[in-house]
Design a protein around this ligand. Structure first.
Ligand code: KG4
Ligand code: ZN
Length: 340
C-alpha cells in the first residue's frame, strides 16, 4: 500500500473558487484561488446569486490547474475533500456537486469538510510541529469562535459572537468611512497612519458568558461618532477612526484568547480566518503570548483567507480516522462545528 495520501480539495463557500492538492495533510502541492472580489466590490459586498454563477463558470479550470500545478493525475489522488458548510447555499452546492461527480467518476472516497474546521487546520500547514490540544481563535467574515481543539477534528466551542462577526464589523466600519469592500485589509493599512487612542470606543463584553463576543455595539458606536461629527460640521479623521476601532476589536480578541489559554492551562494558541491576517492583531497576540509563555501559531495571509489547501488538510485527518461521506452529501449552509 502506498504511504503518501493525496487529497484533492475544493472550496466554494463564499466568493473564492478554490482547489488544492495536499500531501499527507501538511504539504501543499498546489493552492489555486480564483477570487471574485473585483466583481462583488461593485455592490459593496458578496451577492450570493452572482457568487454561485461565477463558481460554476470557474470551478473546472481551477481544479484542472490545481492538479496540473501539483504534477499529479486524478488517479494519484486518494480522496476528494470539499467544504459542505457553513456558507452560501448556492455557492456551496457548486463545490459539493463537483466533488461528488469527480469522486463518483474516479471511484474515490468523498470527504465533506466544515469550513471553520478548514480555517483552523490551516495552522497545521506551516507549523509542522503543531498538534492538538491547543486553543484557536477563529475570526473571519462570517464567524468569530474561540475554540478548544482537543484532538484532530474534535472541537469544544468556548465562545462565539452574539451578533456581528469580527470581519463583518471591519467591513461595515470600512464602508461607513468610504473605504469600500472588503474592508478588513483597508482598515489594517489605514490604521497604521492613525492614532489608536484618538477615540474611545466601547469594548463590548457579554456579562454572563466571558468567552463570547459582541461587535454590533462597537459598530454602532463608530456610526454614531461619524454622524455626530457630521452634525457638528467637523471633519472626520478616517485613519484615527480605523486605528481606534481596530484597537477596540483587537483588545477584546486578545483578552479572551489569553483568558482561555490560562483557564485551560494550554500553552499553545493559534489564530485562523480572514481577520487573522490583520497585522496589528498578529502583533498584539504575539506580544501577549510572549508575555505569558505561550507559543503563538498563525497561518500566512493566503492561508488565512478562504482557500482549498486548508480543506485538504482537514480532509486528510478525517481520512486517517476513516471518516468519509456517502453519495447523499448535501450543502448545509448553517452547519455547526463538530457536526457531521
Ligand atoms: O475567512 P474569510 O476569507 O472568509 C470567511 O470565511 O468569512 O474572511 C474574510 C474576512 C472579511 O471580512 C475581510 O474584511 C477580513 O476577513 N479580512 C481582514 C483582513 N484581511 C481580510 N480583516 C482585518 N484585517 C485584515 N488584514
Ligand atoms: Zn472563510
Amino acid at each position: 500500500m502506498k504511504e503518501d495520501k493525496l487529497i484533492l480539495a475544493i472550496e466554494s463557500s463564499c466568493d473564492e473558487t478554490a482547489a488544492a492538492v495536499v500531501r499527507n495533510g501538511r504539504e501543499v502541492l498546489s493552492n489555486v484561488i480564483s477570487s471574485q472580489i473585483e466583481l462583488h466590490k461593485l455592490y459593496g459586498g458578496v451577492v450570493p446569486e452572482i457568487a454561485s454563477r461565477k463558481h460554476i463558470e470557474k470551478i473546472n479550470q481551477v481544479i484542472e490547474e490545481a492538479i496540473k500545478e501539483a504534477g499529479v493525475t486524478l488517479a494519484d489522488v486518494d480522496a476528494i475533500g470539499v467544504t459542505y458548510g457553513p456558507g452560501l447555499v448556492g455557492a456551496l452546492l457548486v463545490g459539493v456537486a463537483e466533488a461528488k461527480a469527480i469522486a463518483y467518476a474516479a471511484k474515490k472516497p468523498l470527504i465533506g469538510v466544515h469550513h471553520i474546521e478548514g480555517h483552523i487546520s490551516a495552522n497545521y500547514i506551516e507549523n509542522k510541529e503543531l498538534e492538538p490540544p491547543f486553543i484557536c481563535l477563529v475570526v473571519s467574515g462570517g464567524h468569530t469562535h474561540l475554540v478548544r481543539v482537543t484532538d484532530y477534528g474534535v472541537y469544544e466551542i468556548l465562545g462565539r459572537t452574539r451578533d456581528d462577526a469580527a470581519g463583518e464589523a471591519f467591513d461595515k466600519v470600512a464602508r461607513a468611512i468610504g473605504l469600500g469592500y472588503p474592508g478588513g485589509p483597508k482598515i489594517d493599512k489605514l490604521a497604521k497612519e492613525g492614532d489608536e487612542k484618538a477615540i474611545s470606543f466601547p469594548k463590548a463584553k457579554v456579562a454572563e458568558s466571558p468567552y463570547d463576543f459582541s461587535f454590533s455595539g462597537l459598530k454602532s458606536a463608530v456610526l454614531n461618532y461619524i454622524n455626530s461629527c457630521q452634525m457638528k460640521g467637523e471633519n472626520i479623521n478616517k485613519a484615527d477612526i480605523a486605528a481606534s476601532f481596530q484597537k477596540a476589536v483587537i483588545d477584546v480578541l486578545v483578552e479572551h484568547a489569553m483568558m482561555a489559554v490560562k483557564n485551560f492551562g494550554n500553552k499553545k494558541l493559534a489564530i485562523a480566518g480572514g481577520v487573522a491576517s490583520n497585522s496589528s492583531l498578529r502583533a498584539a497576540m504575539q506580544k501577549a503570548c510572549a508575555e505569558n509563555g505561550v507559543t503563538f501559531y498563525y497561518p500566512s495571509p493566503v492561508l488565512c483567507t478562504d482557500n482549498a489547501a486548508m480543506i485538504g488538510t482537514a480532509a486528510y485527518y478525517e481520512l486517517l480516522k476513516g471518516v468519509t461521506h456517502g453519495w447523499d452529501l448535501n450543502a448545509v449552509p448553517n452547519l455547526k462545528l463538530g457536526e457531521r
